[in-house]
Write a protein that binds this ligand. Structure first.
Ligand SMILES: Cc1ncc(COP(=O)(O)O)c(C=O)c1O
Length: 466
């Protein structure tokens, strides 16, 4: 018989394991998924929230009438809203403006106040989410910053609850634990516990977006919410969360966005588990790990949250196509993909470049007709659509060249400044030319084509026909 609880807080934790029988079919080792989306607030973060609030009360940091403040991608805010409101506190959640809008709606529904702020600015910028949240704590009497990134009660939740559950549920047979790394609380707490209780025999694998820094990427943007470590190009001092201990992780699997997102979609269709994109990353990593194992091994992969918060993103065919993650050939609907054959090379220039540097880049990529794309940073993993900040037309640059020369007032050394045109509209490689024409409207002469969320070409209006 199912449990009867006197408070929802008693229902946090105790989640089931599900065998991934279909996705794992034919693999030598079984994979079991820890269904953290079944927590009362819908994510693994309920555990961290409860643990942090109880620790703050115990340590006298949070007193009756107090206010809980946190910077959160949503799930920790939901956990804190539930726990905080049940225990009588005001709750303020600072949410990244990149986060899915449904997450803020849920926070408000639970009675939290939501403050939106950017995270796509350097960490030193006063407008950055973390700085906004710190100011709130200074200004509100009795306010306490949960600070999941550095709070030891975050990983400790997993040392005390999730880790022991996994050990008990598998009868001590677990040999590999796979999870994504956001604050690092999940992997550090579970990994540390499982290693210790198994006498060091459990292998801990971090599932990381390919360009995230945890697993060795360059820190450029990716499309899986809530995991990985991003590095803004202008950040001076990069700080990693104290909830994360790199020595708790034996190895990383670095998962490209397309693999993460398609795996999250397969989880829903093939296993009946509607989970978020970070679950896709974790399961993709678990599948890679299980392929290398034997029948005596047992993989546990942690699924942090539900796919209901991402119906307009990973679980939307339109969204997947718009960002170039989905290309389904359909006789009735031609795709943009074949048009790439006729595209000239993509010319990307740093947004801070000079006129001379932009001209140099154009000379190195002759034959194109489309404008130059300006990006905040062009890094080894290509230019994420989210880092494109403008464009410069070739005609404008050519005019600047004809006016320029090696004389005083030489325009070649000038910043692009007034020559900079708008961000070009973007289309996914799996969209149709007709959709591209609609996106261009009357106002734009060219569109950026995206594959896996990254710019691969700029095509002029004429390329899309019509
Ligand atoms: C959906 C989702 N996946 C993964 C994580 C990462 O977990 P952790 O912060 O414990 O590393 C989080 C954390 O916020 C999350 O919300």
């Amino acid at each position: 018989m199912a449990a009867v609880h006197e408070s929802v807080l008693d229902a946090i934790g105790g989640t089931p394991l599900f065998r991934l029988a279909r996705l794992g079919a034919g693999l030598p080792a079984p994979i079991y998924a820890k269904a953290e989306f079944l927590n009362i607030g819908g994510s693994v973060k309920d555990r961290a929230a409860l643990s942090m609030v109880l620790a703050a009360e115990r340590d006298g940091l949070l007193r009756p009438g107090g206010t809980i403040v946190e910077a959160t991608s949503g799930n920790t805010g939901i956990g804190l809203a539930i726990v905080g409101r049940q225990r009588g506190y005001r709750v303020i959640a600072g949410v990244s403006d990149k986060s899915a809008p449904e997450k803020s709606d849920i926070l408000r529904a639970y009675g939290a106040e939501v403050v939106l702020a950017p995270t796509a600015v350097p960490a030193e910028d006063p407008a950055h989410l973390f700085n906004v949240v710190r100011r709130l704590v200074e200004e509100i009497p009795g306010a306490w910053l949960a600070n999941q990134y550095d709070n030891p009660a975050n990983p400790d939740a997993h040392v005390r609850t999730t880790g022991p559950e996994i050990w008990e549920q598998t009868g001590g047979r677990v040999t590999h634990f796979v999870a994504g790394v956001g604050t690092g609380g999940t992997i550090t707490g579970n990994g540390g516990y499982l290693r210790q209780v198994s006498g060091g025999s459990v292998t801990v694998v971090g599932a990381d977006p390919e360009s995230s820094m945890y697993g060795g990427g360059d820190g450029s943007p990716w499309f899986v919410d809530s995991i990985g470590h991003f590095l803004h190009p202008d950040t001076v001092e990069d700080r990693w969360p104290q909830a994360y201990r790199s020595d708790a992780v034996d190895a990383f699997e670095r998962i490209p966005d397309r693999e993460s997102l398609l795996t999250a979609r397969r989880l829903a269709r093939e296993e009946g588990i509607l989970a978020g994109p970070s679950s896709g990353t974790a399961v993709a990593a678990a599948l890679r790990v299980a392929r290398r194992l034997g029948p005596d091994d047992l993989v546990v992969v942690l699924l942090p949250d539900s796919g209901r918060s991402y119906l307009s993103k990973v679980h939307s065919d339109d969204w997947m196509r718009q960002w170039g993650f989905l290309e389904e050939a359909d006789d009735l609907r031609p795709l943009i993909r074949p048009l790439l054959d006729g595209a000239g090379p993509l010319v990307v220039v740093d947004a801070g470049a000079t006129v001379g540097e932009a001209l140099e880049a154009l000379r190195a990529a002759p034959g194109g007709v489309a404008p130059v794309v300006l990006a905040r940073a062009a890094r080894p993993y290509g230019v994420s659509a989210t880092e494109v900040v403008g464009s410069v037309s070739r005609a404008v640059l050519a005019a600047a060249l004809s006016g320029g020369g090696a004389k005083p007032g030489d325009p070649l050394g000038d910043p692009l400044g007034a020559l900079i045109g708008p961000v070009l509209p973007a289309v996914g490689v799996g969209q149709s030319p007709a959709e591209a024409r609609a996106v261009l409207g009357e106002a734009h002469e060219a569109a950026v084509v995206l594959v896996d969320g990254r710019a691969v070409a700029v095509l002029p209006r004429a390329a899309f026909g019509g």
